[in-house]
Design a protein around this ligand. Structure first.
Ligand code: PEP
Ligand code: MN
Length: 365
């Protein structure tokens, strides 16, 4: 049961009227009628999901990979609705997709990460949705740009779309190996702060790109007060035509969902606690950035150490130190930081810097 305060505070939306988490499950792609129907029927028997997803048009990185079955898959979803009663959701990337979905009684649309990134495409979809009453979920853009994500919401709102939600599916990053798409939780939190009335779902499948950490990411999302989850589920994931590594069987999906604990009960003060967790996530992120910056600073400092060594200069230079103090205190004052704090901070940084330069000098001896 969702309490009244919860409803008022945020989700007056279709998505969370009934339960939390709201769960979307189904294959990355519709492949064959059998695969779609078997997956949906099994999901229904298992009873852990609310909405059935299937990609009909697939935005793939390389041409020649499977690009979706296209319009012939839409009647399969109608059968899913008849057999299971699940509402169905499909990704749309252009106006013609929207029209075909509407003709085939798709219940919910979602806009994919590769589309959110492109304001022309989002605008085209927004126009196709004028005076149409259908919920739309908007995935974050593939690049870590919260403004594009918020902009897509605004385009749809301006077109009169009333029932909107967001899906956080992570951000692509060169060289990432642990995640397929880095979560960068702080961006989703920023989005939520900007759009407190929109339900936020997490898509662990596209964040993880693998099966073993789906639950961990789903749990983290729920701890951060997300409203739901979208998890790719396939009757035979090993042989899936797209995203095989991250898809799970309906049985594994069920155990992932069962393993996710809602830390804070609706009757409790969980919203306050989740809010605190969100803010702490932001702080942790900033601390990580500060440490990275400090590490970059030390690396420049070691280069200076080498230079001093080559030119027979002393490590500590009084004039330079005074300059640093003057600059940073002035900068601190502009940023609302006390002189006392800046002096403590910059002295600690300077000491470490001198030590690291000393190390560089010694190394060459
Ligand atoms: C998908 O959900 O199958 C999909 C293509 O996702 P994304 O837009 O997040 O890459
Ligand atoms: Mn996928």
């Amino acid at each position: 049961m969702i309490n009244e305060e919860f409803k008022k505070s945020k989700k007056v939306n279709w998505l969370t009227k009934e339960k939390r988490p709201i769960v979307i499950a189904g294959p990355c792609s519709a492949e064959t009628e059998d695969q779609v129907i078997q997956t949906a029927v099994r999901l229904k028997e298992i009873g852990k999901s609310d909405i059935f997803r299937a990609g009909i048009w697939k935005p793939r990185t390389s041409p020649g990979s499977f690009e979706g079955v296209g319009v012939k898959g839409l009647p399969w979803l109608k059968t899913v609705k008849e057999l299971t009663g699940f509402p169905v959701t499909v990704e749309v990337a252009k106006a013609s997709h929207v029209e075909l979905c509407l003709e085939n009684q798709v219940d919910i649309l979602w806009i994919g990460a590769r589309t959110t990134v492109n304001p022309f495409a989002v605008q085209e979809i927004a126009e196709a949705l004028k005076s149409v009453d259908i919920p739309v979920l908007i995935k974050n853009p593939i690049n870590p740009d919260v403004a594009l994500w918020i902009g897509a919401v605004e385009r749809l709102r301006k077109s009169g779309v009333k029932e909107l939600g967001a899906i956080h599916r992570g951000f692509s990053n060169l060289g990432e190996t642990y995640y397929r798409n880095r979560p960068q939780w702080q961006i989703a939190i920023e989005f939520m702060r900007n759009n407190p009335d929109l339900p936020m779902l997490c898509d662990p499948s596209h964040i993880c790109g693998r099966r073993d950490i789906l639950q961990e990411i789903g749990q983290k999302a729920m701890d951060l007060d997300y409203d739901g989850l979208m998890i790719e589920t396939h009757i035979d994931p090993d042989n899936a035509w797209s995203d095989a590594m991250q898809q799970v069987t309906p049985e594994t999906f069920a155990s992932i969902i069962s393993g996710i604990k809602l830390k804070y009960d609706f009757e409790d003060n969980f919203r306050l606690q989740s809010k605190l967790d969100q803010l702490r996530e932001l702080i942790d992120n900033i601390d990580d950035e500060i440490i990275n910056l400090l590490s970059n600073r030390m690396s420049v400092s070691r280069d200076i150490g080498l230079y001093k060594k080559e030119h027979d200069m002393t490590i500590y230079q009084h004039k330079r130190w005074n300059e640093i103090i003057g600059r940073t205190c002035k900068q601190g004052e502009k940023s609302g930081l006390s002189e006392e704090f800046i002096l403590k901070y910059i002295s600690a940084v300077h000491d470490e810097s001198i030590d690291q330069q000393g190390q560089v000098m010694k190394d060459g001896e």
